[in-house]
Design a protein around this ligand. Structure first.
Ligand code: AMP
Ligand code: ZN
Length: 116
């Protein structure tokens, strides 16, 4: 997907601060961090959102989850962290390439959402 910013990062056309890479996934620091630790983990394959993922993507998604835990600790969130996958319009997904946010740092990230 040549017009997808995250596919362009995977292709090396746009720079990133890489944290981890293997055949199936790439992790890099978010360009606008919201917490001291804010890393994105993406599949190298273009998957528009979690709702577009298929059963054949499950092994990669599972590995991304496991790797995210390792990355969080290495990046400076050894005492816990939060994983977020914004999905679609209601989820306020801005980049239409599936990505996992790892957010954390030394201090608690705060409540998940405000009560309705
Ligand atoms: P979301 O709202 O879940 O789609 O979040 C997209 C995230 O991608 C935001 O936190 C952005 O700061 C981040 N982002 C956008 N462009 C880049 C980029 N070139 N490098 C790193 N992070 C980016
Ligand atoms: Zn893409």
């Amino acid at each position: 997907m040549s017009d997808c910013i995250f596919c362009r990062i995977v292709a090396g056309e746009i720079p990133c601060r890489k944290v981890y890479e293997d055949d199936d996934m790439l992790a890099f620091h978010d360009i606008s961090p919201m917490r001291p630790v804010h890393v994105l983990v993406i599949p190298k394959k273009h998957i528009a959102s979690l709702t577009a993922a298929t059963p054949e993507d499950a092994p990669t998604l599972g590995r991304m989850l496991a790797k995210a835990s390792e990355i969080a600790v290495t990046a400076g969130s050894a005492d816990g962290f939060r994983l977020i996958i914004n999905t679609g319009r209601v989820g306020h997904q801005e980049v239409p390439h599936l990505h996992l946010h790892i957010v954390g740092g030394p201090d608690p990230v705060g409540p998940m959402l405000k009560p309705i």
